[in-house]
Design a binder for this molecule. Structure first.
Ligand code: PGA
Length: 245
């Protein structure tokens, strides 16, 4: 009943030419998109060109970040109306790299989430504990605080449009994947934090070294509704087999 989402986060990779080349390869592939959604999130500079390349496909395009104001004196930022006009329907918010390297907090994530919803973009809100937090048994406390504070002040209608990505920081780009059981435990916990009306329908994606050889087992877990993929989304054959898991 929850339609799975396989989303590729291209991070700081690919020039416009390279991005369009990857998009064309995905578009040319046979993808099982009747019962799942595929999203690619190129860097801002390539969004418009990738959206053009994917125009007649069922692959959606998303931004990797959004600013909470629509316009104004905010040098370097990109707003919801800009993402929409570039062809985006999704946006990643609060990725751990943004939290760790660029000072994002649950408060800024919440503002960005509200801005995404206001601009009719489906938000993919990232949460996840560090290795230190896992080792010191703080995983659930950290996830609870991130979910509750990042998703504060949302109506049930807004929550229903929101996607959560659980990405243990220690599993991102490290080749260390959470075991399906470790991931499922946190996904099920996240669902308990949501009010009954939205918990059942909320898509919760797993992210952190998802690869063609581990996606099936992860997707077999009851509360895992998709994947947010970094490294393996940069090569067409890998991302195609992830979409077709
Ligand atoms: P990874 O990145 O698949 O390269 O671990 C996941 C992410 O950061 O979203």
């Amino acid at each position: 009943m929850r339609r799975p989402i396989i989303a590729g986060n291209w991070k700081l990779n690919k020039t416009i030419v390279e991005a369009v080349d990857l998009a064309n390869k995905l578009k040319a592939a046979t993808l099982k998109l009747d019962d799942r959604t595929a999203v690619v999130c190129p860097p801002f500079t390539a969004l418009s060109a990738v959206a053009d390349a994917l125009r007649d496909s069922d692959i959606a395009v998303g931004g990797q970040d959004i600013f909470w104001e629509d316009s104004g004196a905010f040098t370097g930022e990109i707003s919801g109306p800009m993402l929409k006009s570039a062809g985006c329907t999704y946006v990643i918010i609060g990725h751990s790299e943004r939290r760790q390297l660029f000072g994002e907090t649950n408060d800024t994530v919440n503002k960005k989430l509200l801005a995404a919803l206001k601009n009719c973009l489906f938000p993919i809100v990232c949460v996840g504990e560090t290795l230190e937090e896992r080792k010191t048994n703080q995983t659930f406390e950290v996830i609870k605080s991130q979910v509750n504070n990042s998703l504060a002040n949302l109506t049930n209608e807004q929550l229903a449009l929101t996607v959560i990505a659980y990405e243990p920081v220690w599993a991102i780009g490290t080749g260390l994947t959470a075991t399906p059981a470790q991931a499922e435990e946190v996904h099920a916990f996240i669902r308990t934090l949501l009010c009954k009306e939205v918990a059942e329908g909320m898509r919760i994606l797993y992210g952190g070294s998802v690869k063609p050889d581990n996606v099936k087992e992860l997707m077999g877990q009851k509360d895992i509704d998709g994947a947010l993929v970094g490294g393996a989304s940069l090569k067409a054959p890998d991302f195609i087999s992830l979409i077709n898991y």
